[in-house]
Design a protein. Structure first.
Length: 398
């Protein structure tokens, strides 16, 4: 399995969005430890399960049901295991299965394939990690190389369109397979089941090669720590230097305090502009607070700030015994101490699985509109207003 090998490289595919936009970030990040968050460890586990399922589907002979069941059992023993991983990885497998079944002839399948893009990132040819990445699944069919990526995150939906990580995988795959397959098209897919999102994008193989030239330009700067810093909400999100980066601080201070507008009131145009500009300001302050707290806890000085104990909460040391005392003393009867609550719709769906849930009780579910929320213009959902139209008023009267 390749998952444990996902070590950090100076110019990694997963960090490509960052170092392509902000080349000096690659060198700057080097001085910060590369710690794996719990969410990332969870993702690794889900990837292992996903990989086994795809292997079992395409290479049943080598893999086999028994081997799969034993391997799954082992994964289930891990403390990060969640039962819903089964359903989510099935959705990923379904996408690959359906894609393969929709083709005129069976595709050539590569699972957890290490692909190389060394010549584009000036990586040492002997380094096992540098200048390479592991693609979750590559399908080769007709004139197409199709890179499919499984993302277990549920923070923000990731788009496949011009996605640098997948484009680097595609670049590596194209270089490896172009002699064997008549590739002229590249298809990229990101399956992100926890957000119910499947994003697909296609381009010509020449576009991938053009992207390769751009990668070369940016990588030449990045390996030397050169180029301009380019702070931004998405660029800085996972940067290891995000709390201490002076360029990000400078930019956010500029965004937060720069104004050439005249009081007393902002126009709606100005409100829209400030909201957009302020997005990373809020995130940056959060990162700064988290950093300062860690420093204070480590006994270092951050002038003007200190770490204190937050508001504590009370907990039973022995709830059963405490309840016993209350009941026996006649202070509170059992019915008052316990409440019986039905599981939420989402909890029931999780319990029985998406497909069974839909089949059994789907007809009893309606979707109520959510609370109005502010979103960017680029959001896929259509805009709503409170304005009552003549047609609405007529319907209400009826
Ligand atoms: S925090 Fe942002 S601006 Fe600073 S190095 Fe990282 S990506 Fe670049």
């Amino acid at each position: 399995m390749g998952h444990v090998e996902r070590q950090h490289a100076l110019l990694s595919a997963s960090g490509a969005g960052r170092w392509l936009a902000c080349p000096p970030s690659a060198k700057l990040e080097e001085q910060f430890p590369d710690t794996e968050s719990e969410a990332a460890a969870e993702g690794t586990l889900a990837h292992e399960l996903a990989e086994m399922k795809v292997r079992n589907y395409f290479f049943t002979k080598e893999f086999g049901k028994r081997k799969l069941n034993n391997a799954v059992k082992k994964l289930q023993e891990g403390k990060l295991w969640q039962d819903e991983m089964q359903g989510y990885t099935d959705e990923y497998l379904d996408y690959i299965k359906n894609t393969a079944l929709s083709l005129k002839s069976a595709p050539s399948v590569r699972i957890e394939q290490r692909v190389y893009f060394k010549e584009y990132t000036f990586a040492d040819p002997d380094d096992a990690v540098e200048g390479s990445g592991i693609a979750d699944c590559i399908l080769l069919y007709e004139d197409t190389v199709h890179v499919i990526d499984f993302k277990y995150g549920k923070g923000v939906p990731v788009s496949a369109e011009n996605n640098p990580q997948l484009m680097l995988y595609a670049l590596g795959a194209y270089q490896t397979y172009r002699m064997l397959y008549p590739i002229s098209k590249v298809k990229l897919t990101i399956v992100q089941p926890r957000l119910d999102s499947i994003s697909e994008w296609e381009c010509a193989s020449e576009d991938i090669l053009k992207f390769g030239e751009y990668v070369k330009e940016r990588a030449a700067l990045a390996v030397k720590g050169g180029g301009d810093f380019a702070p931004g909400l998405d660029t800085c999100r996972f940067c290891r230097a995000k709390a201490q980066c002076a360029a990000r601080a400078k930019e956010n201070v500029r965004l937060a305090f720069f104004t050439d507008k005249h009081p007393p009131l902002l126009s709606n145009e100005e409100v829209g502009e400030y909201l957009k500009k302020g997005e990373d300001v809020a995130k940056w302050l959060e990162d700064l607070r988290a950093y300062a707290l860690n420093e204070c806890l480590a006994g270092k000085e951050v002038p003007g700030w200190k770490a204190v104990e937050g508001r504590g909460s009370r907990e039973w040391t022995d709830m059963d015994r405490a309840f016993d005392v209350l009941m026996k003393g006649g202070i509170a009867p059992k019915e008052m101490l316990w409440e019986r609550k039905p599981l939420t719709l989402a909890q029931v769906e999780k319990l029985v699985g998406k497909t069974d849930f839909q089949k059994a009780v789907g007809e009893y579910v309606i979707k109520k509109p959510g609370k109005p929320t502010l979103a960017k213009e680029s959001d896929k959902r259509s805009a709503i207003t409170n304005k009552v139209t003549a047609a609405d008023a007529f319907r209400t009267e009826e």
